[in-house]
Design a protein around this ligand. Structure first.
Ligand code: PGA
Length: 235
């Protein structure tokens, strides 16, 4: 298996991931970097910013987006702004995100996929959905699914309600597993006891659409950065 597991104490997880990200970006000017939002990366982004991490030499792609009105607090672009960009002294060199106000969301996904595929992704960070999704590739997704508009599972809708705002999304736009798995390197970020079960299934259950994250096991360079609370228990 080409998945490396790094288990970190919960109190050190954010600092370790943030510092490693800063180092990786500094070492590769022009890096094409895909970033997730949600609760998981928040401590890492805070540590990245506090440690002087810079995105000025990076080209950043947001992993996914909810179909919510501009400025809605649960939108991924708003979370990225709050949790990372507002904490930095300077803007990213380039920032790409989904335009959900575009006339056709299908055309918007095709545009976004084209941008990603034009140079590929050097490093993609991912959170792990409680239902095993990556980005918004919900259960039922296959390794070949492209960037597209998706209907959200009730569990994902309920989770998105916790990100803020009075309305919830019913659908989203996401890089597909096709573009994600084409990334040269992937870091899967997993924290908290509520993620232990799904991480176990991701790493040791059957590979297939029931747990989309399980497809990571076919990728040549995946690191799971997990805190002790979510780490698989030895049998
Ligand atoms: P979370 O979401 O980081 O808020 O737990 C992860 C995900 O659903 O992909």
């Amino acid at each position: 298996m080409s998945v490396r597991l790094e288990v970190l104490p919960p109190g050190e997880w954010g600092e370790t991931v943030g510092a490693r990200l800063a180092g990786r970006i500094a070492a590769r000017p022009g890096i094409r970097l895909c970033l997730p939002t949600g609760n998981t990366p928040v401590p890492a982004y805070a540590a990245f910013a506090a440690g002087g991490g810079r995105l000025a030499d990076a080209e950043v792609f947001l992993l996914d987006e909810f179909d919510l009105p501009a400025g809605h607090p649960a939108r991924c672009d708003q979370m990225l702004q709050r949790d990372l960009l507002d904490r930095l002294g300077e803007a990213p060199g380039r920032l790409h995100r989904f335009d959900t106000a575009a006339g056709s969301l299908d055309d918007e996904c095709a545009r976004y996929a084209g941008l990603v595929e034009s140079g590929g992704l050097d490093l993609t960070l991912l959170g792990l959905g409680a239902n095993g999704h990556l980005g918004l590739n919900e259960p039922g997704s296959t390794a070949d699914d492209p960037c597209r508009v998706v209907a959200l599972e009730p569990e994902t809708v309920a989770h998105a309600a916790g990100y803020g705002g009075d309305t919830v999304p019913e659908r989203g736009l996401t890089l597909g597993l096709r573009e994600i798995l084409a990334s040269r390197e992937i870091w899967l970020l997993v924290t908290g006891p509520h993620k232990a079960g799904i991480l176990q299934r991701t790493l040791h259950g059957p590979v297939g659409p029931e747990v989309p994250a399980s497809f990571l096991r076919g990728h040549p360079d995946v690191t799971v950065l997990v805190d002790e609370d979510a780490a698989p228990r030895p049998d």
